[in-house]
Design a protein around this ligand. Structure first.
Ligand code: LLP
Length: 416
């Protein structure tokens, strides 16, 4: 077996294989493995031990209704960024007290949308606190704190520190307190999120420590949310190790326990993992449509444009690739090839100068770790159809969990 057949080694497709799945459902196609998804939910649900705790699944990573129902079955709560995310969570069976609305720069109607449903809202600026105070004086709310230090895999996903739009800075805490008094607001929750995709826990733990120091000055708190950002090894074919969740969990549990014994109270602690839950449970399958050489570069043309997977174009993100032919992984001598999509932009590059075996037209490409920020960031750019999503269930059976767009979908919002 070659090191390029990670999905085969892990039995990702159950009894099936990428060629059979593409024949059955068409290309490109997102495929999820239920067992992996459940395993990741369980790891996150048991991160903090010995204190009241739940992980909130951050559904921006993947909001497929079937996956949300599984997350709920696993006991997860969820955070929502928009009314659209709230209604999808309701549809999946989440109760108002299991949903945390953590929006950014929203208007009165969106706050009302959540408040009318008894969903706790978090305000991302003093201005948003004032807005909630003016429409719901006397109510309970949370605020998102910007701890001053961020982390992340790309500047576009660092969400704390001086150079981002997120959260209420530590220098504004006194102003926050006077606003709370002015509008008779009860600060029952604080949340933070320093950024996305860390593989070492130091920055997260340091931020959590500062957060708990701050928490001590708010006596009404019943929720402390440390945020998400837990990374996954995108370079797994090269042997990249996993984030040491046991160590992170042990240290976080100790900090939380110490806080709870000093301050008492009935506080629920939370994290907000998105990527960690869904990334490795999903792969993206596509098809090689054309090959060419230009200026010394060998191009592998596929149907995986950045409308299907935006991450490589948007953040230069790396996704490991496998090449399959007729139901088996392709082996043999490797050479550098650049894998591109079918979108009319030169930035439409899935993988640049990648070591791959000899590829032929009709081969299947398997893009690993595509379950987070894959389908959820897909679009109809170039009037292309968004792909279908399939679940490999616990018995190894495949099931369509979202149909592919149709051409009719492209006309749905027009009077034709
Ligand atoms: N909580 C808040 C407030 C967030 O803004 C985010 C992600 C999360 C939780 C979940 O972060 P995670 O655990 O998934 O790292 N599209 C980018 C990632 C953007 C993350 C935005 N916020 C990507 O594909 O890498």
């Amino acid at each position: 077996m070659t090191k390029l057949s990670y999905t085969m080694q892990t039995g990702f497709f159950g009894e099936l294989d990428p060629t059979a799945l593409l024949k059955k459902y068409g290309s490109p196609l997102y495929v999820y493995n239920e067992a992996v998804f459940r395993e990741r939910c369980r790891e996150m649900q048991s991160l903090i031990k010995g204190s009241p705790y739940t992980a909130n699944y951050s559904i921006k990573a993947n909001s497929n209704l079937t996956l949300l129902k599984i997350a709920r079955e696993e006991g997860m709560y969820a955070d929502a960024m928009s009314p659209g995310e709230i209604i999808v969570l309701e549809k999946a069976g989440f109760l108002p007290e299991q949903i945390f609305f953590v929006p950014n720069n929203v208007d009165e109607s969106e706050f009302r949308f959540a408040l009318d449903r008894n969903i706790l809202v978090s305000c991302d600026s003093l201005d948003q606190v004032e807005l909630v105070g003016s429409i719901a004086s006397g109510s309970s709310l949370a605020v998102r704190i910007n701890p001053g230090v961020g982390a992340g895999h790309h500047e576009k996903v660092v969400t704390a520190g001086k150079k981002t739009k997120f959260g209420i800075g530590m220098d504004k805490i006194d102003e926050l307190k006077s606003l709370l008094t002015r509008y008779d607001l009860h600060l029952v929750g604080i949340n933070q999120h320093i950024g996305s995709l860390f593989m070492e826990s130091d920055a997260y733990l340091a931020a959590a420590g500062h957060f708990l120091e701050l928490a001590a000055s708010f006596p009404e708190l019943r929720l402390i949310d440390f945020g998400g950002g837990f990374g996954i090894p995108y370079h797994k074919l090269a042997g990249e190790g996993r984030l040491d969740l046991d160590k992170l969990g042990r240290e976080l549990s100790a900090m939380v326990k110490a806080f709870a014994s000093n301050h008492g109270g009935d506080i629920l602690f939370k994290t907000e993992p998105g990527r960690y839950i869904s990334a490795e449970s999903g792969v993206l399958l596509g098809t090689v449509t054309a090959l060419k050489e230009n200026g010394g570069t060998d191009y592998v043309g596929t149907d995986i444009g950045f409308n299907v997977l935006a991450r490589p174009t948007m953040y230069d993100s790396w996704h490991d690739l496998e090449v399959w032919r007729d139901g088996v992984p392709v082996e043999g001598e490797l050479s550098q090839q650049t894998v591109v999509g079918n979108i009319c932009e030169s930035g439409d590059i899935l993988a640049r100068d990648r070591e791959l075996p000899h590829v032929m037209r009709g081969d299947n490409i398997v893009v690993l770790d595509a379950g987070a920020y894959g389908f959820s960031m897909s679009s109809n750019y170039n009037n292309r159809l968004r792909p279908a999503e399939v679940l490999i269930d616990l018995n190894g059976n495949d099931r369509l969990i979202r149909r592919r767009d149709t051409y009719d979908d492209l006309f749905r919002q027009f009077d034709v």
